[in-house]
Design a protein around this ligand. Structure first.
Ligand SMILES: *Cc1c(COP(=O)(O)O)cnc(C)c1O
Length: 454
């Protein structure tokens, strides 16, 4: 089906010439995060905050109530989150990591363990900053890009979760971080069945279930599309059921709330809520705005409702499948099945002549930019960082380049351009050189690290 929207306002885009692109990537230290947005053509760096808001959301900005406390937009947001997510308390934050900071600080003690279905960069950073050890409990198939037969690759392996409980004791595990969908596994969903089982095992042991709810609407679409018994259930009801098994969530509004900024923390526990309100005033702002303007909260409340619309979410996920199928027809290796927000190129298979220590995904993201002006992102050894204790590089099995599709921004014609130029590059892949560090930051190194060609 075509786009379920028509275009009311446009932004001109230009393609720098080959010479300009080469110069730009050199100046950016072969790090696509350091490119200027003006030097990029189709920008698939991230789906975070890059969404196109609707006419109703823009209208919502005009009814922003910029009171310091008790803004009417906060009450609108609170009511909306209660209705759609079902959690008892909500605290707005400037974005997702603001919520991660509060949750991690309030629940983790030094030496604790936090299991998760794979990790997310900022999420794990806050867990480790507060003294926790992270344990990956995602199913093995999630680490294998070729396991196309597994539909819910985001699922937790219950045995791995049980093993951790046996090994360290449940009192050392404040919560399990359950991501829906799993970004770094390739935008892979978690089934309702698995959510129920995780919740049962966690609660039996007195462990909280805290969702990373960032892409919960995409997860709900996969449940509706793929899991038995959900074909006739609405996206709204699926989201509500998913969260009914847990105790709270952190949310990046910049993804599935279809806004440009914002986030929130939800908890059911009254005491944890009180402690979170005491902390949010130190780092974000009053509990009724948490670092956001009234208008931002209004746009987020409207965005949450729009995201639950079936035509919207079905078009979004199917745009990603469309790009995946075009690339597959050109033989390009990818993580399969295709995820909910992005296509992940398998950089190890794309560039078999490079060792993982030569940063194949970083090199490939740079080469794609030079070839086409399309901006993508490394999700591999650079993003994984170093072990907090040993200082060794984490060496993830998945070495990927992420082509992330912003919500409601690009058309199928843009995706055709992306696919055609990447297929051209694939045909001359052996000309792509590896990279080495010029500057390695001590944390979250993928954002600002610099490289040179070997
Ligand atoms: C983006 C993201 C976050 C962090 O949210 P920000 O709004 O960028 O701070 C957390 N988890 C996942 C899975 C994300 O994709």
């Amino acid at each position: 089906m075509p786009e379920p929207f028509k275009i009311k306002s446009v932004e001109t885009m230009t393609l720098p010439n080959a010479e300009e692109r080469k110069k730009a990537i050199e100046e950016a230290g072969f790090n696509t995060f350091l490119l200027k947005s003006n030097d990029c053509y189709v920008d698939l760096l991230t789906d975070s905050g890059t969404n196109a808001m609707s006419d109703k959301q823009w209208a919502g900005l005009m009814v922003g109530d910029e009171a310091y406390a008790g803004s009417k937009n906060f009450y609108h947001l609170q009511e909306t989150v209660k209705e759609y997510f079902g959690f008892k308390h909500i605290i707005p934050t400037h974005q997702g990591r603001g919520a991660e900071n509060i949750l991690s600080s309030l629940t983790i003690k030094d030496g604790d363990w936090v299991p998760g279905n794979m990790y997310f960069t900022t999420t794990r950073f806050h867990q480790e900053r507060n003294g926790a050890n992270f344990r990956d409990v995602i199913c093995d198939a999630a680490h294998d890009p070729s396991r196309e037969d597994v539909l819910f690759k985001g699922n937790v392996d219950l045995k791995k979760f049980q093993d951790l409980i046996d090994e360290v004791g449940a009192d050392k595990i404040p919560y399990i971080c359950l991501a829906v969908t799993v970004n770094l596994a390739g935008g892979q969903p978690v089934s309702m069945q698995n959510i129920k089982e995780v919740s049962e095992l966690a609660h039996k042991n007195g462990i909280l279930v805290m969702y990373d709810a960032t892409r919960c609407v995409e997860n709900a679409y996969f449940i509706k599309d793929l899991e038995e018994g959900y074909a006739d259930v609405s996206i709204k009801d699926i989201v509500h059921e998913m969260f009914s098994y847990g105790d709270g969530c952190t949310m990046s509004g910049k993804k599935d709330c279809i806004t440009n900024i914002g986030g929130f923390l939800c908890v059911n526990d009254d005491d944890l809520y009180l402690r979170a309100t005491a902390m949010v005033v130190q780092f974000e702002g009053m509990p009724s705005y948490g670092g956001l303007a009234g208008r931002d909260m209004e746009a987020m409340a409207i965005g949450i409702k729009e995201a639950m619309n079936y035509d919207y979410i079905s078009h979004r996920v199917n745009q990603i499948r469309y790009l995946g199928e075009k690339l597959a027809a050109g033989g390009v290796p990818m993580v399969k099945p295709y995820g909910g927000h992005a296509i992940f190129l398998d950089a190890k298979q794309f560039l078999p002549h490079l060792d993982q220590e030569e940063f194949p995904a970083q090199a490939l993201a740079s080469a794609i930019y030079v070839e086409s002006g399309v901006r993508t992102m490394e999700r591999g050894i650079i993003s994984a960082g170093r072990d907090a204790v040993t200082g060794e590089n984490h060496k993830p099995k998945l070495e990927t380049v992420r082509l992330t599709i912003p919500r409601r921004v690009y058309t199928y014609a843009h995706l055709d351009y992306v696919a055609d130029t990447i297929i051209d590059l694939y045909e001359k892949r052996d000309t792509i050189k590896g990279l080495e560090w010029v500057y390695e930051p001590s944390c979250l190194r993928f954002f600002t690290g610099r490289f040179k060609q070997k």
